[in-house]
Design a protein around this ligand. Structure first.
Ligand SMILES: Nc1ncnc2c1ncn2[C@@H]1O[C@H](COP(=O)(O)OP(=O)(O)OP(=O)(O)O)[C@@H](O)[C@H]1O
Ligand SMILES: [Mg+2]
Length: 308
């Protein structure tokens, strides 16, 4: 549904996107992550034909971004933070109805669609508030509401959830699940790595214009080896760290007695031994398990080239 081949864009001497080749299948949610300035938004701008490539090619919904920009634009719904793309003195309803009208929806259709998306984004109660008086998170929600008004095969979303409260972020995730169920293809740029872990089928990690790694969120997390076993005990026991250190494979123990991190060379193998030992010693445990690396740990390893 989205395919690029050596796609590149320079601004003067700055190469913002550097020979990026990605393929995103229909129905996939593809997460694009990477540090500030990595080139994520530029890549989105290339895909929606707002920016012209310096070199390379790409197709969206089978249409060439270099030669068929009209068809590409008709295939996508764009969601980016642009506050300038709303009329500040118009309220939410007026903004959305205007947007609907320029996209060819009739009056009744536009009204129905406006109500549906405002309700979906929890903004119905604020429908008469001028956009300029919206909070940052509300603006983000209205942005996504607007993107949802267009029924398109591809959704390009640049930081849709940044700055939204936890309940709104959850609502937005629900929206993406919904779109996926409908078979839509979604490119999701985000700095929220938990969101990526939960939502995305695959992730591309971008740094200095290049996709430096691409995998499923799970696959990516496996790039960093787990180092510890986490224990959560029913009650704190001051002597426990000391006793755990007596086990031959335990390197280090951190924690206060009730919540412990037990560092070993191979936590995935050692976890059963720890469990057995707890049972043997009659220590009641609420939770015992390998502490899995987070996507954040992989990010730091790959992008900053540091160990975590
Ligand atoms: N219109 C422009 N003119 C000049 N340089 C630009 C322009 N747009 C982007 N750049 C540069 O291209 C690089 C990539 O920017 P881009 O906005 O794509 O990064 P990003 O990955 O989206 O970052 P962020 O996470 O901060 O949103 C940056 O160095 C940026 O300064
Ligand atoms: Mg950006």
């Amino acid at each position: 549904m989205i395919k690029t081949l050596d796609l590149a864009r320079a601004f003067g001497s700055k190469i913002a996107v550097d020979r990026v080749s990605i393929t995103i299948d229909q129905g996939e949610i593809y997460g694009l992550i990477g540090p500030n300035g990595a080139g994520k938004s530029t890549l989105v701008a290339l895909l929606c034909t707002l920016v012209v490539p310096t070199s390379g090619t790409g197709t969206v919904n089978g249409f060439d971004i270099n030669k068929e920009s009209r068809q590409v634009r008709d295939s996508i719904s764009l969601n980016f933070g642009g506050e300038r793309s709303f009329y500040w003195r118009l309220n939410a309803v007026q903004n959305l109805e205007f947007f609907a009208s320029i996209h060819g929806l009739g009056r009744n259709e536009a009204m129905a669609a406006t109500q549906a998306v405002l309700e979906q984004m929890g903004l119905w109660a604020d429908r008469r508030t001028p956009f300029g008086q919206f909070s940052g998170g509300m603006k983000k929600r209205l942005n996504l509401a607007r993107a949802l008004m267009l029924d398109r095969p591809v959704y390009l979303c640049d930081e849709p959830t940044t700055g939204t409260d936890p309940a709104s972020a959850l609502r937005m995730r629900e929206v993406f699940h919904d779109l996926k169920r409908q078979g839509k293809t979604i490119l999701l740029v985000t700095h929220n790595l938990e969101e990526v872990t939960e939502l995305c089928d695959r992730v591309g990690m971008m740094s200095e214009g290049r996709i430096i790694h691409e995998d499923t969120p799970e696959g990516m997390r496996r790039l960093v080896r787990p180092e510890a076993i986490g224990l959560e005990l029913a009650d704190g026991r001051a002597d426990l760290p000391e006793r755990l250190l007596g086990l031959p494979f335990v390197r280090r123990v951190e924690g206060d007695g009730a919540t412990l991190k037990v560092y070993t060379e191979a936590p995935e193998q050692d976890v059963t031994a720890v469990l057995r030992w707890l049972v043997q010693e009659g220590v009641p445990a609420l939770q015992v398990g390998v502490i899995r690396p987070r996507l954040q740990d992989v990010f730091i390893k790959l992008v900053e080239k540091r160990d975590v």
